[in-house]
Design a protein around this ligand. Sequence first.
Ligand code: 9J3
Ligand code: ZN
Length: 292
Amino acid sequence: MARPRAFTAGLVALAAAAGLTGAMTTGAQAADNPYERGPDPTTASIEAARGPYAVSQTTVSSLGATGFGGGTIYYPTTTADGTFGAVAISPGFTGTQSSIAWLGPRLASQGFVVFTIDTLTTLDQPDSRGRQLLAALDHLTQRSPVRGRIDSTRLGVMGHSMGGGGSLEAAKARPSLQAAIPLTGWNTDKTWPEVRTPTLVIGADGDSVAPVSSHSEPFYASLPASLDKAYLELNNATHFTPNSPDTTLAKYSVSWLKRFIDDDSRYEQFLCPVPRPSLTIEEYRGTCPHGS
Ligand code: 9J3
Ligand code: ZN
């Protein structure tokens, strides 16, 4: 894979010298990356309430789930575009899947199979939530009715609060995961040097439940310097901002999942150079450029 990629970069450089970048880039990338899905992205497309794919959904009963509490699978309706990457998402302490449900169709419409889960009990701690996210991914790829639509080598995890802490636990336990995104994450473990999964840590400036100074910031800082990682601190936001549709959270989550689950370099433009502070971004840090 490294050789064709370098070769493609060379072709693009030659094309740029010849003033042909626009025509060259699209064709070369489409040929180079078997995982990319959907049209070339724009700021409008990653900010949109819905992406290009129509979405269907199916329920997984707690009675039919092993090691987690069941949930809802959101997936692109079409079978014309091959397989998709998949993401499991855990709610936080005392929460149910309804608290993070908006992310199901939001992310699935961009071209992912998304599993919003219930936990075994609403009081489960982050380490348990991490194991449950992995059990949910196993269910998704091995037993669910949409298993044939999923590329089981291209999986990610997300979660809110203790579910975000759980997404770090899941990544630490299963380094084959391609992306992790803790949302206003909470964990008593502040150090994550073991993680090998590209991780976008999203915190909120006004979070008094999981203050960024004692949760998201040390999580980000402790991830390996060599890792593809980023820290997005939402401006004018609280611990519960991830429980409702949020454009900034969504646009960078979509970009991160596309960049690392689909290996889709078309989304690098939204991540690097790192976004500047704005009315919605308190702070953004990242290891740019991503990939190698
Ligand atoms: O999942 C969360 O919202 C974690 C924050 C919390 O309520 O911790 C209390 C122990
Ligand atoms: Zn640790």
